[in-house]
Design a protein around this ligand. Structure first.
Ligand code: NAG
Ligand code: NAG
Ligand code: NAG
Ligand code: NAG
Ligand code: NAG
Ligand code: NAG
Ligand code: NAG
Ligand code: ZN
Length: 568
């Protein structure tokens, strides 16, 4: 039996090394000397390659953010400091040692648009870093722009290429007071040129955008978006992502340090909606569409609006969308294409609506609960009347109730049977994430949570009498404190991060990656992903609530019952 022998030998070696005998050093030395070969050892051949690749990654990263002049190199003694700087952007422990996560991120296909060198951001400065979007400097000084294809790749049909590029421009135009159209094919010149050039197999960048600009305005015809034709553009995802990213450059944005922003320079295979960091950047440059909000309803009976939104990675549900509850108990759903409201239910007893996972739920004033799954016209009766039931919360494929006696229960999926979750009375509010983790804020400010399938009851995660409101957005968790602080839970390394400390936030709403705050003056703000950086969406004093979907669309209800949609 060979294997056990080897193990025994290793154990033996270890215990020898650990033994506290006075001649231990000599023994180890003797052993070590004995294993030094007589000729110079051959290095693991991957070592040098790895070192070279790591150094390239680090240099690339620095150039993508304008921290290094094009031809400069980072000296070896500066490497740990350079690595720490990257780790700060990646929200990693600053060890100064090139690690697996850096390798993973920086091996991805990357944009080759090198940012202009910015001395104050260079390696010598290791002080605070502005972790958000960066503007290139110049911008377009006109509102009507054109683009044209200099040439096409052979990877997919020209029609398809035109469709993808046009859709990428549309993505930005949805937020901008600009009109960008394809120039007629006979025109030799347009503001922005699209081209495919083979940059060589060794080039790791998938695309780049360069420009000749006077520093203030972009110059027509001198902005080129170049796709590396050595990448396979038949890959729809890569093409869509790259097109939106490069067009961001062509409109005047540099690389963002927010990892899930479109303007983050590495591609991870995920097509995300426009990030609030990107929209804040583009609004800073070009302002908003005018008007910024469209009224979609005005009715003094509007009592509440909710948005039902399936996670983007799941198949969208037919019941996704905007709903309103009127004080008459009527429930209406909004159809954006026809700008019309349709009555879904007209029961005078409806007190609350909620929805998730392809279902809509309503709670009646008598505490009974009903479910509508989109088939047929009947609401299924799932919860018996009880004056104990004060709140319903829908998340994932579940529906939960919070009861006056402080208990929390979930519907078993069967008849009128509900299952209580162990031992936490005095619940003040519950919120549930996509993974079905229930967060439960108790009346004394304690925060407890229970993870699916809730077999081990509640765990205390925070004790703070200032805790006043909790919200979940997708997989994220936030809380609002009575001192006005908005606090986010970093759920990988598990610590609290204050994301707003102005002290005037009165309520928060979160959906997917987005979180919105309503301040004491009625204004509505959207978090950009960087602590303390919020973008103001509205300054109306009468804002009563805000909801949104997971793609970034936003609706607002005013105190008088008007409902508005953000169009910019
Ligand atoms: C070099 O990198 C490869 C792949 O990342 C890894 O498997 C190998 O262990 C590394 N070699 C050394 C000496 O670090
Ligand atoms: C960088 O190096 C290349 C070739 O080594 C040279 O042509 C170019 O002028 C240099 N650029 C700068 C900004 O020094
Ligand atoms: C250079 O970086 C600093 C600090 O991040 C920033 O404030 C400044 O606007 C940047 N300058 C340019 C020209 O991008
Ligand atoms: C940068 O970091 C190094 C090492 O941590 C430190 O010695 C140096 O003072 C720092 N420089 C600045 C400008 O903060
Ligand atoms: C596109 O045009 C550029 C010149 O602007 C040329 O270098 C490149 O080879 C052309 N690409 C294709 C795919 O024809
Ligand atoms: C943009 O592309 C055109 C056509 O390929 C080329 O003539 C021009 O030099 C390029 N300009 C820049 C700034 O790269
Ligand atoms: C890429 O964009 C095109 C054009 O909008 C669209 O038809 C296609 O579904 C998108 N592909 C992916 C993977 O998002
Ligand atoms: Zn880029």
């Amino acid at each position: 039996m060979k294997i056990p022998t080897t193990v025994a030998y290793l154990l033996c070696t270890l215990s020898l090394a650990n033994a506290a005998s006075p001649d231990r050093t000599e023994k180890i030395l003797a052993r070590t000397l004995a294993v030094i070969p007589s000729s110079s050892p051959t290095l693991d051949p991957t070592w040098r390659q790895n070192r070279t690749r790591q150094a390239k990654h680090i240099h690339d990263f620095f150039k993508l953010f304008g921290w290094l002049r094009r031809n400069d190199t980072i000296r070896d003694p500066d490497m740990p400091r350079a690595i720490r700087k990257i780790q700060r952007v990646l929200r990693e422990p600053e060890t100064g040692v090139y690690d697996e996560r850096m390798e993973t991120v920086m091996s991805r296909p990357q944009c080759a648009t090198v940012q202009p060198y910015n001395e104050s951001d260079a390696i010598v400065d290791n002080s605070t870093m502005h972790k958000r979007y960066v503007l290139w400097g110049p911008k377009w000084d006109r509102t009507a722009l054109t683009y044209r294809f200099v040439n096409y790749t052979a990877d997919l049909s020209q029609d398809r290429q035109r469709a993808i590029i046009s859709a990428a421009f549309d993505k930005w135009m949805a937020f901008l007071p600009l009109t960008i159209t394809q120039a007629s094919t006979s025109t030799p010149r347009a503001d922005i040129h699209i081209r495919f050039i083979s940059l060589g197999a060794a080039e790791t960048g998938y695309a780049y955008t360069n420009m000749i600009a006077d520093g203030l305005t972009m110059s027509s015809g001198l902005i080129n978006v170049t796709f590396n034709d050595d990448y396979n553009w038949a890959d729809d995802r890569l093409f869509n992502f790259t097109a939106v990213h490069e067009i961001g450059h062509a409109l005047g944005l540099s690389h963002s340090k927010v990892e899930s922003a479109i303007m983050w320079p590495y591609y991870d295979g995920i097509i995300r909606p426009m990030h609030p960091d990107d929209t804040a950047a583009i609004h800073t440059l070009y302002g908003w569409k005018d008007p910024r909000w469209n009224r979609i309803d005005t009715n003094s009976g509007t009592k509440d609006i909710i948005q039902v939104s399936t996670p983007l990675e799941n198949t969208a549900s037919a019941l996704d969308g905007l709903y309103q509850l009127r004080s008459s108990g009527q429930v209406l759903s909004y159809t954006p294409s026809s700008n019309a409201w349709k009555v879904v239910d007209s029961n005078k007893d409806t007190a609350q609506i909620a929805g998730a996972g392809g279902n809509i739920y309503q709670r009646h004033t008598d505490g009974s609960v009903y479910r509508y799954s989109g088939t047929g016209s009947n609401w299924q009766y799932i919860g018996a009347p009880s004056d104990n039931v004060v709140d319903i919360v829908a998340a994932s494929d579940q529906i939960y109730v919070r009861r006056k006696d402080g208990w929390v229960a979930r519907w078993s999926g069967n008849g009128l049977i509900w299952t209580t979750i162990e031992k936490a009375r005095n619940s003040k509010q519950i919120a549930v994430t996509d993974q079905k983790t229930i967060w439960n804020l108790l009346t004394n400010g304690d925060l407890v949570r229970s993870t699916w399938p809730y077999g081990s009851g509640w765990t205390i995660v925070d004790v703070n009498p200032l805790n006043t409101q909790i919200v979940t957005g997708g997989t994220e968790f936030y809380k609002l404190q009575s001192d006005g602080l908005v606090v986010w839970l970093e759920s990988v390394k598990y610590y609290w991060v204050v994301i707003d400390d102005e002290g005037d936030v009165v309520s928060v709403f979160a959906v997917g990656i987005y979180i919105y705050a309503r301040r004491a003056d009625g204004s509505i703000w959207r978090y950009t992903g960087t602590p303390h950086v919020w973008e103001q969406l509205d300054d109306r004093e009468t804002s009563a609530s805000v909801v949104g979907d997971r793609k970034g669309a936003v609706w607002e209800m005013l105190g008088g019952g008007d409902v508005f949609k953000l169009v910019s």
